[in-house]
Design a protein. Structure first.
Length: 243
């Protein structure tokens, strides 16, 4: 008989999709217009080949003179799945390059004490937020807990997460593929005893069972679920209807 005295923290920090953005603006001349300038037409005849040629030149320029009437929303719609949403695990150091985010594996597994069950809703794999992205002293995100999980310093030494956080903060040149290195993870939806759910608070909103299949384009239909998101409800499933 083997008694397990540890828990495991599973993190998938490289989920990547190709996304679409949207531009919302107020229509009409109050926002902008297309202005036309002088135009001209030149006409000529080539007597040798008996060909008549014409060339029309139009000068115009669109101009938004009230930028406050235009709002751009980035990454609001999934176009395609790229990687990172499977159950392949990093098992050796050679599979992970802290300076580059183009990994072929998706998940890390960290051992933590069995008594450690509460974590900040946003964690950094190194245990502290990198100064370039998030204020390390932001108590609202970390809930005042440092490191974010107790074994973070050990695994940072093993995998080089501090170096990875610095690489993720680098600004690359214009029109270059962004560095997909990442060390920040948002707590996902969890299923506990007695049909209890804990909903995540990521920028894409609450997730639910089967949401990965929708985002990966594998399914278009799923049962609609309604959760009690109050503190007393703790995310319990209250209704399920056909979608």
């Amino acid at each position: 008989m083997f008694l397990c005295t540890v828990n495991f923290l599973i993190v998938a920090p490289f989920i990547e999709h190709r996304m679409s953005s949207a531009i919302v603006l107020k229509g009409g001349l109050d926002t902008g217009a297309t202005f036309f300038g002088n135009s001209n037409f030149a006409f000529g005849v080539d007597v040798a080949s008996k060909v008549a040629l014409g060339n029309y030149t139009l000068n115009y320029r669109p101009w938004v003179y009230k930028p406050k009437n235009v709002v751009r929303f980035d990454d609001i719609c999934f176009r395609a799945y790229i990687r990172g949403n499977d159950n392949s695990f990093f098992t050796k150091r050679s599979q992970y390059d802290p300076t580059n985010g183009d990994h072929t594996k998706s998940c890390f597994s960290f051992m933590i004490p069995k008594t450690e069950t509460e974590f900040p809703r946003v964690i950094d794999l190194s245990g502290v937020y990198h100064i370039s992205g998030v204020d390390p002293n932001n108590a609202e995100l970390s809930d005042g807990k440092l490191p974010h999980f107790s074994s973070a310093p050990y695994y940072t030494g093993v995998w080089g997460f501090q170096q990875a956080a610095e690489a993720a903060a680098l600004e690359l040149g214009f029109l270059r593929r962004p560095n997909t290195q990442n060390t920040v993870a948002v707590q996902g939806a969890q299923i506990g005893p007695f049909d209890e759910r804990r909903l995540n608070k990521g920028h894409l909103g609450p997730t639910f069972e089967g949401v990965a299949e929708i985002r990966n384009g594998q399914t278009k239909r799923l049962a609609r679920r309604a959760y009690d998101t109050s503190n007393a409800g703790q995310g319990r499933l209250v209704a399920a209807t056909s979608l």
